[in-house]
Design a protein around this ligand. Structure first.
Ligand code: GLU
Ligand code: ZN
Length: 316
């Protein structure tokens, strides 16, 4: 694994800016996902770059019928027009397999047959998932079960600069442990798929919700193991409901209403710290987007704590 990460290696220094919105099609777009879509769109367009849409349907049983169509239609109605074909992760298993095999060949990946029960007894990381203690590193026990495949991590601090959250740092071994790249049921993990796809699509600027901040060190780690360049990251504040929970399909967030696209877009801009003039809300969607592209300033987006964020678990 490369230990230095010179600025010259950064994808953003070499190519035209390219952003992406990567929704999981578990339901229609809601205000929280609009904020992520809009932020990534504006950052890419403000840089004169491209904006791609990728449907993250790698975990087929979790996808909702009709969700992809509903998401794409809502993006269009909200004036968020993408470039190029929509990529679907369900079509890309061969690429994830190739990446996995290269890590296997290099000795970074090992099979794990730990039971749910055993994992349930592990301490939990920030995302609530068990911190894997490396039990199967020396060989899986028991042997008579289909294995998940895990990547070996280290305890070296992994540091990156987030354009909104500031400097972030995590020691993967104590914060997450060796993490799964392919589940025992054959489904590729989000962490692997997203790294392979961001690289294949030439994404230079990843702008997404801060709920994914904690995944970023895992993704940078995989990029380094796979010899891929690391995009710039910006993690936007997450929209929460009255109870303080992240807006999501699971917590019953309402789908976006196409009749109120203008006021909803200006509310999303204000949420992102931008200052649209009040009368803009009554303008056509295209005019709102044009204003937003011309005035977008990532520096106005509020951070959780710009002075640096440790993504290690509080107990460490
Ligand atoms: N598919 C992920 C989600 O909907 C987002 C992935 C990403 O932006 O990296 O939460
Ligand atoms: Zn195991």
């Amino acid at each position: 694994m490369a230990t230095t990460h010179a600025a010259a290696d950064r994808a953003s220094d070499r190519r035209v800016a390219r952003g992406r919105f990567a929704p999981s099609p578990t339901g229609p777009l809601h205000f929280g996902s609009l904020v992520a879509a809009l932020g990534s769109f504006l950052e890419a367009r403000r840089r004169g770059g491209e904006w791609l849409v990728r449907i993250e349907d790698v975990d087929a049983p979790r996808t909702a019928p009709g969700a992809t169509t509903a998401i794409l239609r809502a993006l269009e109605r909200y004036g968020l027009h993408w470039d190029g074909p929509v990529v679907r992760q369900s079509q890309r298993a061969v690429h994830y397999q190739t990446a996995l095999e290269s890590l296997l060949d290099a000795g970074w990946v090992y099979p794990c047959t730990c039971s749910r029960q055993m994992l349930a007894s592990c301490p939990r990381g920030r995302d609530g998932a068990p911190i894997y203690p490396g039990t199967c590193r020396a060989g899986p026990r028991p042997l008579d079960r289909l294995p998940a495949l895990r990547v070996r991590v280290t305890d070296a601090p992994l540091t990156f600069q987030d354009a909104v959250q500031g400097e972030c740092r995590q020691r993967l071994e104590r914060a997450v442990g060796d993490f799964v790249l392919r589940r025992a049921d054959g489904v590729f993990a989000y962490q692997l798929a997203v790294v392979v796809d961001d690289a294949a699509q030439g994404v230079t600027h990843v702008v997404r919700g801060a709920d994914l901040l904690d995944s970023t060190p895992r993704q940078i780690y995989l990029q380094r193991l796979l010899g891929l360049s690391t995009p710039d990251y910006a993690h936007l504040p997450v929209v929460v409901d009255a109870r303080g929970d992240k807006l999501s399909k699971q917590t019953g967030a309402r789908p976006l209403d196409e009749r109120w696209a203008g006021p909803t877009l200006t509310a999303a801009l204000r949420f992102l710290g931008q200052r649209p003039p009040p009368e803009l809300a009554g303008e056509p969607v295209a005019a709102i987007i044009a204003w937003a592209v011309a005035h977008w300033d990532l520096a106005l987006v509020g951070a959780r704590g710009r002075s640096g964020l440790s993504l290690d678990t509080p107990t460490n």
